[in-house]
Design a protein around this ligand. Structure first.
Ligand SMILES: Cc1cc2nc3c(=O)[nH]c(=O)nc-3n(C[C@H](O)[C@H](O)[C@H](O)COP(=O)(O)OP(=O)(O)OC[C@H]3O[C@@H](n4cnc5c(N)ncnc54)[C@H](O)[C@@H]3O)c2cc1C
Length: 409
């Protein structure tokens, strides 16, 4: 920790190497010639409006690293003399948690800096805000749900330490005079499927032009779907979660038991075929894009155990703290609680779930060195693309999230 490293060292080894390993080279001229288009899309209102996912600017910055635009570093890079005991690249929940542990463990007088290439912290755990008919609506970006942890466990204690005191949430109940419209608490549930508020769209691939909706597919037992009767039966079995007749499926009980080990020896696709009596074609046509999608791979590549591993980590039964929980903006709330724990002034108002949800981020508290850096026009005009290296200072992307004179203060 005492050895000096230059920005060039860091760029050369860590970031550029990984960047170029992942992507094939593409001439920077092509990248820079590309105009900002509708890639970024509408980001709503409020403090996340310019941070709706990996925006065009963030993408460009990543491509510029990949294409070694900063190798050699542009002229004019100067050493600002800033010294930190810990520098964290990325202000997602890992970076924020890292900074929190550093703050708690490293002792007084230690300084930590988080560098983040979006205009706001959170990484995948960000939200967006929309105004619809005068009402403010929140929606999550990537990370949506969290699980209630075992009481007294490390994670339960961590939740408490950031102010998540009641991890099992109480959800608003319908009190209107109209019939209740059942809604899922998280995007991973499909409550509407059981209540006729669900539809499947069949397009040109199913010879439907311009396309057709099949509403309430479960209630209609998929009648009217433009698929063969064999596919219809398989699909129904899947939707109802019914095992194939000849299958005697045993749910794994603990990690490492015989069922777990067997599941880990076959693909998820094979497992669906065995458990639900599905054809491979059915899995690939209807389930592949979704099942296992969170892992970035399809069922043909994933271990069958991946479908159960998650539950094995969180085996608390429903009703006893085991179910998924979600804030309106997803885990952005957890990122905000972490930030409030790191720098109490970072978000106005009380340190509570409601406090961090309802109040605004105080950006000046996140970047106490911001003013002296305003000489660099790219910081503010093209934050993601060019703060890198053009800030006349150092490795720096978009917003310096956290920089404290002393961690202990
Ligand atoms: C679509 C999707 C849905 C998910 N749903 C859930 C869920 O419901 N529940 C759940 O628990 N988990 C979910 N996850 C997983 C969860 O989001 C991640 O495990 C977690 O948020 C990762 O946090 P992280 O800080 O490690 O990475 P990230 O959230 O990716 O944060 C990394 C940050 O570093 C920044 N960064 C990267 N490179 C640089 C650089 N060179 N310089 C500066 N900044 C940089 C990135 O822009 C980003 O802001 C989901 C993930 C995805 C993609």
């Amino acid at each position: 920790m005492e050895t000096s490293i230059t920005r060039r060292d860091f760029l050369g080894t860590a970031l550029l190497a990984s960047g170029s390993a992942l992507f094939a080279a593409m001439p920077p001229s092509e990248l820079l010639a590309a105009q900002e288009n509708d890639f970024t899309g509408y980001g709503g209102v409020g403090e996340y409006s310019n941070a709706n996912g990996n925006t065009w600017d963030v993408l460009q910055a990543g491509h510029a690293i990949r294409d070694r635009l900063y190798d050699p570093l542009p002229a004019g890079i100067v050493d600002t003399g800033e010294i930190y005991d810990c520098v964290i690249i990325g202000g997602g929940i890992s970076g924020l948690a890292g900074a929190l542990f550093f703050q708690r463990e490293a002792g007084p007088g230690m300084k930590c800096l988080i560098l983040e290439n979006h205009p706001i912290f959170g990484g995948e755990a960000k939200q967006n805000e929309f105004l619809v008919e005068g009402k403010q609506l929140l929606a999550h970006q990537g990370s949506a749900i969290y699980q209630v942890q075992y009481p007294h466990s490390f994670l339960a204690q961590f939740y408490e330490s950031i102010g998540l005191q009641a991890p099992r949430l109480t959800y608003q109940k319908w009190v209107g005079s109209d019939p209740e419209f059942p809604l899922s608490n998280t995007p991973y549930e499909a409550v509407g499927l059981q209540h006729g508020q669900y539809g499947f769209w069949f397009g040109a691939r199913f010879n439907q032009r311009p396309g057709m909706w099949l509403m309430d597919p479960l209630g209609k037992s998929l009648h009217g779907a433009p698929v063969s009767s064999a596919t219809r039966l398989e699909w129904l079995r899947w939707l109802k979660g019914e095992s194939a007749e000849k299958t005697k499926f045993q749910h794994p009980k603990v990690e490492g038991d015989a069922t777990s080990r067997y599941l880990d020896s076959i693909t998820l696709e094979q497992h669906y075929m065995e458990r639900f009596g599905l054809s491979r074609e059915m899995v690939r046509s209807f389930l592949s894009p979704v099942e296992g999608g969170g892992s970035g791979l399809g069922p043909d590549a994933l271990s069958a155990y991946s479908d159960y591993a998650f539950e094995m980590l969180h085996p608390l039964p429903e009703g006893n703290g085991g179910s998924d929980q979600m804030f309106p903006g997803g885990n952005a709330t957890i990122a905000r609680l972490m930030m409030k724990s790191l720098i109490p002034g970072a978000i106005d108002g009380p340190h509570s779930v409601e406090g961090v949800c309802r109040n605004r981020v105080n950006f000046a508290a996140l970047d106490i060195r911001r003013s002296p850096r305003e000489n660099s026009p790219v910081i503010h005009r093209r934050p993601c693309r060019a703060r890198w290296g053009s800030e006349q200072s150092q490795l720096s992307f978009d917003r310096v999230l956290k920089e404290r004179q002393t961690i202990s203060s």
